[in-house]
Design a protein around this ligand. Structure first.
Ligand code: HAM
Length: 426
């Protein structure tokens, strides 16, 4: 019996592949316009690469096994550790800042839910070697320009930004000791996905007082920089973070993306290695999972590769983005089809059909023809069924009713196509 793909894995028939290619073409085009260079790494990595720094959530989702040499191996669930390893290994020789992008297929044994599969393709864009917020702004602009490149607007997608340093500083002001911050971050990460009471209980367990919880939960709903400044600006660490944020927003304005961006202190990111500004992109209606997520991870290269370089980046999956584009009617409607179908009046012209197809293909035209002998009418029907835009018909000379030209086009073809056919004597 024919079997389907594994749960959470996709078959890409040509129609679906055309959608995937559409998305990856936009990814590559935007990355090129921002002058990022493409790289790739191996799909299998030592298990340890992820158990060290990625955090419990992703480690719990690893596809891992022991290979025939007894090594513990994982299919890559994310690209960042591979990038950190690769960049650290050649750091001295590379021009800084490093601006690299990649589009790996990633594997996570996720709980099945809308927008989350067990494999996905993910655009990764990273900058290594620049500590200033100018780089954070440049990075977010790439993610937003991808949205624009897909035909989406600031009404369709919101970029939600926060800063882990700001959150640390606010928690310190609210009397939460540093050892408890990771627990609080874990609660904040899920604050919109779990009941308020559950979040409150967990924050109490993390040692937060009731009034501090109220204060804090209010901030994770909505907050402007001015409000944060008024409430916590007296604390030097909060003030420093707010000033950085203001510079970040000024850069975003210059990059023409400010209208897409909102401050949202509930964005902390699930992965453990982030250290500074973090962000996620969501559909504006808030119906889908995150389209994209990323931020600064200034200590990861030192811990994975022994090279102390600041770094930042994001990952954008194809699953939610494709779903959103389909909803908005922004995906190509069909698999690619030939531009030209070459047909012939008689079976004796088969070699001319192949010569004509070759001449056109060599000037870049996409061409198909019947691989077995067929009456002309059937060839024309096949051309239509294949969605060919033009039909080139080779006529059989010498018959009394033969047309004056040895070939004809329907509709009229561009002159250079016609020239290519005339040049080979047809
Ligand atoms: P992440 O938040 O785990 O970050 O994933 C980034 C994006 O990948 C998500 O927002 C989502 O679009 C997509 N994604 C993740 N898991 C799945 C899944 N199971 N099915 C479908 N799509 C998924 C990272 O992976 C970081 N390494 C990103 C990064 C790059 N940070 C710095 N540089």
């Amino acid at each position: 019996m024919a079997q389907g793909a594994l749960p959470g894995f996709r078959d890409f028939y040509p129609e679906q592949f055309a959608e995937r290619a559409h998305v990856t073409n936009v990814w590559r085009d935007v990355a090129r316009r921002f002058a990022f260079a493409e790289y790739d790494g191996p799909p299998l990595e030592p298990l340890e690469l992820y158990t060290k720094k990625s955090g419990d959530e992703i480690v719990g989702q690893l596809y891992n096994f022991t290979d025939k040499g007894g090594r513990d191996i994982a299919l890559r669930p994310e690209m960042t550790p591979t990038l950190a390893r690769m960049a650290a290994a050649k750091a001295a020789a590379l021009r800084k800042p490093i601006r690299w992008f990649s589009m790996p297929q990633l594997f996570r044994y996720e709980r099945q839910q809308r927008g989350r599969l067990r494999e996905h393709f993910q655009l990764n864009v990273d900058i290594i070697g620049e500590a200033d917020v100018t780089a954070d702004a440049e990075l977010l602009a790439v993610a937003i320009e991808v949205m624009r490149g897909c035909g989406l607007s600031a009404h369709d997608v919101r970029a939600r930004v926060s800063d882990r340093r700001l959150l640390h500083a606010i928690l310190a002001e609210l009397g939460v000791v540093e050892e408890r911050h990771p627990t609080v971050f874990g609660v904040v990460d899920k604050i919109h996905r779990q009941p308020r009471d559950v979040s409150r209980e967990k924050l109490t367990a993390a040692g937060m007082r009731d009034d501090a919880i109220d204060d804090f939960m209010g901030l994770t709903k909505e907050a402007t920089l001015d409000q944060l400044d008024q409430r916590f600006g007296g604390a030097a660490a909060v003030k420093a973070s707010i000033d950085e944020m203001r510079r970040y927003f000024a850069c975003l304005e210059g990059l023409g993306v400010l209208e897409w961006v909102t401050i949202d202190l509930s964005i902390v990111r699930g992965l453990a290695y982030y250290t500074g500004i973090v962000f996620e992109l969501f559909d504006a209606k808030g119906e889908l999972r995150a389209i994209c997520g990323g931020g600064r991870y200034d200590t990861l290269l030192a811990s994975l590769g022994g090279v102390d370089l600041p770094a930042l980046g994001f990952g954008m999956g194809d699953v939610v983005l494709t779903e959103l584009l389909r909803e908005r009617g922004l995906l190509p409607s069909a698999a690619p089809h030939p531009q030209v179908w070459v047909a012939a009046e008689a079976p004796s012209q088969q070699s001319d059909v192949r010569r004509a197809a070759t001449a056109l293909r060599r000037i870049g035209v996409s061409v198909e023809y019947a691989l077995r002998d067929q009456p002309l009418m059937k060839q024309v029907r096949s051309a239509k069924a294949a969605g060919a835009e033009w039909v080139l018909t080779l006529h059989l000379p010498g018959r009394p009713e033969a047309p004056p030209e040895p070939h004809s086009w329907k509709p009229d073809a561009p002159p250079d196509w016609n020239r290519a056919i005339t040049e080979i004597g047809l």
